[in-house]
Design a protein around this ligand. Sequence first.
Ligand SMILES: *Cc1c(COP(=O)(O)O)cnc(C)c1O
Length: 387
Amino acid sequence: MIPYGFQDITIQDIDAVTAVLKSNFLTQGPVIPSFEKAITNKCKVNYAVAVNSATSALHLACLALGLGKDDVLWTTPITFVASANCALYCGATVDFVDIDAKTYNLCPEKLEKKLELVSTSGGKLPAVVVPVHLSGQSCNMEKLHTLSVRYGFKIIEDASHAIGAKYKNKPVGNCQYSDITVFSFHPVKIITTGEGGVAVTNDKKLADKMRLLRSHGITRDPELMTHEPHGPWYYQQTDLGFNYRMTDIQAALGLSQLERLDKYIDKRQSLASQYDKLLAELPVTRPYQHPDSYSSYHLYIIRLQPDKTRASHPKVFSFLRKQGIGVNLHYIPVHTQPYYQQAGFSYGDFPEAEKYYTEAISLPLFPKIKPEEQTYIVNTLKQVLST
Ligand SMILES: *Cc1c(COP(=O)(O)O)cnc(C)c1O
């Protein structure tokens, strides 16, 4: 099976990890701050807090922004469930904004309309909005930022797909238009630490808070304590935190992978344009690229055109899988998950997302995919579409 995504591990990565295994620190030692520094340099942002997953980073980001029991978080239905679940961890509730028909990202115009409607009807405006840069294409952050100022909400960018991507020629993660940005280092993502994630921000208070919460809410810094330390052994719990720490083993892998980030993005861009060429004659919609965005191409998502093909979406999908092509579907609209249906959402709530779900297919894309594999994938697709 050609997988839809796959990690790239080099001898250099293995050596970096082995060096940590032979050192004195396995978890949260000296490599964590080096990795965090490298992330801030890459993203042109002030602070980075490395954690054990992007899910943890989203949770900490929500807590740092003060999201709580009476609050609402808005996100897109076309995302991984973690972008919504983070609100529920904090006791807040979730609502969604339908997607844009071209980019499949949270639609800024629909967001604006919904904000207007909620504010004029005396409803509860969101405390936090989580735009997700689907497949590595940035949302319209400038517009979202303008709305955040007008309606007083905070922004967490879920950039799990988008490390190395650019928006208006600047790195995603510089937080010019948001409070916090999170990245994922799961093995299918652009770079990996096995499991891992990071939250970046330009706000020192938010960074300090997330750093405190990632390790039980415990500090060893006398500056942050409520009174003088009892002695050199002393630490103080000032908040209720978690164990969301990344290990040095993971950070070493991440640091080593990060050196190849630009190469990975170049490669993914050229693989995507190869797909663009190969697919040009087929009755499918290729990924639209907004001129403000330079995508990291975590995913290459096509859409079937039901009016131009007889083969149904499930049939095309199953046929490709049977032919050894590990296609995938990103994502099942979150509001249609049973857990969210219990919370009151129904089919029909977000029609653009639901339509997308009946047409979308992620084709395999990873740095080591071979040209003949791409050709095979497209030929197989062509075959099933003509039946
Ligand atoms: C992968 C992913 C996450 C979760 O990342 P983990 O590091 O696996 O916790 C969250 N949001 C999106 C959009 C993702 O793709």
